[in-house]
Design a protein around this ligand. Structure first.
Ligand SMILES: [Fe+2]
Ligand SMILES: [Fe+2]
Length: 331
């Protein structure tokens, strides 16, 4: 079984070909940081209101370390316990993508925050800015919960590992990052920071696939060991999502504390609740909030940009993508 301790090396016959398909699909999405031009954003930054500048400075401070935390968990936990060579191929690819994201956000901070002292403060946000520190503590709590596990021998070990996987996919990549993307797309809908938005689209696409793979892992384990998914486990997932929403609402209160025209705290809260419900639905768990998506700019622009992405890639690099591309309903 997928979570049995060990290091399976057998690619033929392949036990989990859908993991290998995910690996091949991810390679079609290759992009590099050099392809994103952020310098055009500098003129926009100078014209933002003080409230909008505060929003952007908090946002980049979150981006400064967010992907590094995800990459660490990938190596320390997922790679260790997902016992499938084809699954580990995908995780290797994901690790590369997280490294590209880290480089993208490093480039973003170097460009947006030229002052050395301010830039150092942004990288120290996980210690110094309470709304970001709280999100980091949430991540570390769920890394620490499996830190001692070298092999998943008991049901409790496996449940603890599954909660870690679900936390990083549904709450961190699937909620904290989606919350951050919403601010970027809001700004783009106002006609500013197009460079950041174009890079974000590629990160968004990657994160959607990271989440989809993690949910594949959860589904596979559920098929193999259904007894792990009892009512207590479901309640733990719901509590975890609710806590993640609280963390992200606190971050929104911080970002929007000076009042950003066109983006209200209540809409942001509703959006986060909507996203949390979708993550629960993807896991086959009843929703908590019943909230609808208040942000039209999250639905329309992503699909548009995504098709541009593929058109450009296909014509420029002959990457083998064909057919219609749109976001899966889950995203
Ligand atoms: Fe990432
Ligand atoms: Fe990711």
């Amino acid at each position: 079984m997928l979570l049995d301790p060990g290091m399976d090396l057998t690619l033929r016959p392949m036990k989990y070909p859908h993991f290998f398909d995910r690996f091949k699909d991810a390679i079609k999405n290759t992009w590099t940081v050099e392809e994103v031009d952020l310098h055009g954003d500098l003129a926009d930054l100078a014209l933002l209101s003080d409230a909008e500048k505060h929003l952007v400075s908090r946002l980049v401070a979150f981006f400064a370390t967010g992907d590094t935390i995800v990459a660490n968990n990938l190596v320390l936990n997922l790679y260790q316990h997902v016992n499938s060579p084809e699954g580990r191929l995908y995780l290797s690819r994901q690790l590369f993508e997280e490294a590209v994201h880290v480089q993208f956000y490093l480039n973003l901070l170097d460009t947006y925050v030229p002052d050395d002292k301010e830039r150092a403060e942004a990288f120290a946000a996980v210690d110094n800015i309470p709304s970001i520190a709280r999100k980091a503590e949430f991540c570390f709590k769920w890394i620490d919960s499996v830190f001692e596990l070298r092999a998943l021998r008991s049901r409790e070990d496996r449940r603890a590992f599954l909660l870690n996987v679900i936390c990083f996919a549904a709450c961190i990549e699937g909620l904290f990052f989606y919350g951050a993307f919403a601010y970027v797309y809001f700004l783009r809908s106002r006609g500013v920071l197009q460079g950041l938005a174009s890079g974000t689209n590629w990160v968004f696409r990657d994160e959607s696939m990271h989440m989809a793979f993690a949910f594949d892992v959860v589904d596979q384990v559920r098929a193999e060991e259904p007894e792990l998914f009892d009512a207590g486990m479901e309640q733990q997932v719901r509590d975890m999502l609710a806590e993640a929403v609280e963390c992200e609402v606190q971050f929104a209160e911080d970002l929007l504390e000076q009042g950003v025209s066109g983006l209200s705290l209540s809409d942001m809260r509703q959006y986060l609740q909507h996203v949390a419900d979708r993550r629960l639905a993807a896991l086959g768990i009843d929703p908590i909030y019943g909230s609808t998506n208040p942000f039209a700019f999250m639905e329309l622009q992503d699909v548009q940009e995504l098709s541009n992405f593929f058109e450009r890639r296909v014509s420029a690099y002959q990457v083998g993508v064909s057919g219609t591309v749109s976001f899966d309903d889950d995203f």
